[in-house]
Design a protein around this ligand. Structure first.
Ligand SMILES: NC(=O)c1ccc[n+]([C@@H]2O[C@H](COP(=O)([O-])OP(=O)(O)OC[C@H]3O[C@@H](n4cnc5c(N)ncnc54)[C@H](OP(=O)(O)O)[C@@H]3O)[C@@H](O)[C@H]2O)c1
Length: 316
């Protein structure tokens, strides 16, 4: 697989979002053997970037990486990206905690759960409005200085916050949502700023939490599924956005591809610094997604995709 640069860190041009392996979507469908096989297959296919977070599960997702990647002897073949700075309040709500001591403790706990000596990319999951970003980022820079972490990333940061952090310690990546139904990070200038500075942009939810693949209908979203409380997955929103999926399918049919592949090919087109991290818990979707790297969208395809509406419903 081709590689892309997140500043000094080189990763496969398509990564793997591990969140659905233990959290968020159709968790009742999780099959541990399939999860293990998916992680092994990702490595075989040359996917090197594995994205996880302490809060996914909560606190179980990193342990899957330990069991099926680190303990399986595959650690040296992957870049492990995890996150700290979000804490569970109850089953569905999360708070932000960027206090330096707590970030240091969160990093130690992630190292322990992952079973590694060093985290390749440690990302601040959210900026805590009650703690100056300088303080949180300064503590994270100390984690690099003490050898616990190699590179640092932000998630859902503004242009101003990225600039402040980057003046203290290099921002290797910014992880935020980017897909055919969400162009917020184009509009707010974050995608551009990252390109100018060579900062990698990790595009999360590149498949619109599954919706853009055309496989998600109201009946597949069960109770407890994160999407059941998300404004983009109400019955009205699902219906209102059908034209987006139809437009993606029309482009896909010209390439003999799936809608998921076109959605990912579009994300890859948004800049050489952009790395989509589609999430899945199964080999079938992983293989489909990795093959998206072979699709070359034409000017006409890109014009048709640009003309599609964005989601009218908010992200959260
Ligand atoms: N920084 C943040 O705040 C943040 C927020 C959200 C996500 N993330 C990260 O970004 C990653 C990606 O986002 P995401 O997982 O939320 O959403 P996503 O990648 O847009 O979509 C994932 C969903 O799509 C399904 N899927 C994947 N490939 C498919 C294919 N080829 N055809 C049909 N369905 C397919 C998956 O199904 P299965 O579950 O059945 O495999 C899963 O339910 C996450 O895993 C996580 O690592 C970060």
């Amino acid at each position: 697989m081709k590689q892309r640069s997140l500043r000094d860190l080189t990763v496969s041009e398509i990564g793997l979002g591990c969140m659905p392996m233990s959290w968020a979507y159709a968790v009742a469908d999780v099959d541990p053997e399939e999860v293990a096989a998916t992680l092994r297959r990702a490595v075989e296919l040359g996917v090197t970037l594995l994205d996880t977070a302490d809060v996914y599960g909560p606190f179980t997702n990193e342990m899957l990486i330990r069991e099926y990647v680190v303990d399986a002897g595959l650690r040296d073949q992957v870049t492990i990206a995890t996150k700290g700075g979000l804490v569970p309040i109850d089953a569905t709500n999360y708070g932000r905690n960027g206090r330096p001591d707590d970030i240091r403790a969160a990093c130690d706990a992630s190292l322990e759960r992952l079973g590694v000596d060093m985290i390749d990319l440690y990302q601040l999951h959210r900026i805590d409005p009650d703690v100056p970003v300088e303080e949180t980022w300064g503590a994270m820079a100390d984690l690099v200085a003490t050898g616990k972490v190699s590179y640092l990333g932000l998630s859902e940061a503004s242009v101003e916050e990225i600039l402040v952090a980057d003046s203290i310690h290099p921002v290797t990546s910014v992880q935020s949502e980017l897909s055919l139904w969400t162009d917020e990070n184009v509009v707010n200038g974050v995608l551009n700023l990252c390109e100018e500075r060579g900062i990698g942009f990790l595009a999360y939810c590149p498949l619109g939490r599954g919706y853009l693949t055309g496989t998600v209908t109201a009946d597949v979203i069960g109770e407890g599924d994160f999407r059941s409380a998300n404004p983009r997955f109400t019955a009205e929103a699902l219906t209102a956005n059908e034209s987006i999926v139809a437009g993606i399918r029309a482009v896909a049919s010209r390439h003999g591809a799936t809608a998921a592949q076109v959605a990912l090919a579009w994300v890859l087109e948004q800049g050489a610094h952009v790395v989509p991290i589609p999430g899945t818990k199964r080999r079938r979707w992983l293989e489909d997604n990795v093959a998206a790297a072979d699709i070359v969208l034409t000017t006409a395809d890109l014009a048709d995709l640009a003309a599609l509406p964005r989601s009218g419903a908010p992200r959260y």
